[in-house]
Design a binder for this molecule. Structure first.
Ligand SMILES: [Mn+2]
Length: 279
């Protein structure tokens, strides 16, 4: 998908998390497209990059998953500072704080000073997951929770449709209820994280874990979430003026492809028929 006509996007810092390599739901190819499209001084991996839990229960690995790892290692070897904070799905690496994969060093948490002087705590965020504590890991995290809902809903709907030959049951209303539950959990998580940051002297926090990218202000505290590369294909980027924004990579791909369709479309005439091709 990487297009040679697009210049690399320049960022001071990039934060990404929850790629879940090793799970069949990982959007590794889109994440790779993102990595191929940017240039950053620093890339911080904010946890759940490799999904060890998923590998344990159902081994899955394809070439794109390898390509992501190779790309990160090669970036780290060619001048980009790449740091890795393990999450709960790759918590095995929390036993190796201070060690490195090539030039990628492992940290428990990090502190970041933005170009405009804000001090931020970087952490995966599973410690703040009240839901996970309450239910004793019954549901792994909200991302998995959303996934379970949608998959079950789809499966049931397909089955009903096959059996009864019509839309028998409303996926939309089912999802509405599920979404309301998820929104509540997301709010609880965001508040829990921000409240605990308030007294620490940090201006804000960057975390991942719940697969909901966001930029929010809770009183004085900046709350930023990296999102995920399982559903939303989102991350956080710091521009050279210190501003941080959420990027939605599938939107960026759409913009880029529309741009190229528009500017690079050619018209050929074959046997009297008009044929359009794109470079
Ligand atoms: Mn997590």
């Amino acid at each position: 998908m990487y297009n040679k006509y697009s210049p690399l996007k320049q960022y001071k810092t990039v934060w990404v998390s929850d790629v879940h390599l090793g799970s069949r739901f990982s959007k590794a190819e889109i994440f790779l497209d993102f990595l191929n499209s940017i240039q950053a001084e620093q890339i911080i991996l904010v946890g759940d990059i490799i999904d060890i839990w998923s590998l344990k229960s159902n081994w899955y690995w394809n070439q794109k998953h390898s390509d992501v790892i190779l790309k990160l290692l090669s970036l780290a070897n060619s001048g980009t500072i790449v740091k890795y904070i393990p999450g709960n799905h790759d918590e095995i690496f929390r036993d190796y704080i201070g060690e490195s994969f090539g030039n990628i060093k492992i940290y428990r948490n990090l502190e970041h000073l933005t170009a405009d002087g804000k001090k931020l705590l970087i952490t995966h965020g599973d410690e703040y997951d009240v839901f996970m504590k309450d239910s004793y890991r019954l549901v792994m995290n909200i991302g998995d929770y959303i996934h379970q809902f949608i998959q079950q809903a789809n499966r049931l709907n397909l089955w009903l449709r096959r059996v009864f030959k019509r839309d028998y049951w409303s996926l939309a209303s089912y999802l509405k209820t599920a979404t309301r539950d998820v929104i509540k959990l997301v709010n609880r998580f965001e508040k829990a994280v921000s409240n605990s940051i308030k007294i620490t002297g940090y201006d804000g926090v960057i975390c991942g874990h719940i697969h909901q990218a966001n930029k929010k202000q809770f009183d004085e505290t900046i709350y930023l979430n990296t999102g995920d590369w399982v559903d939303s294909c989102t991350g956080l980027v710091e521009n050279y003026d210190g501003t941080i924004e959420v990027i939605h990579w599938t939107d960026e791909i759409m913009l880029r492809d529309n741009f190229h369709d528009h500017f690079y479309e050619k018209e050929y005439h074959i046997n009297g028929n008009v044929v359009h091709t794109q470079n």
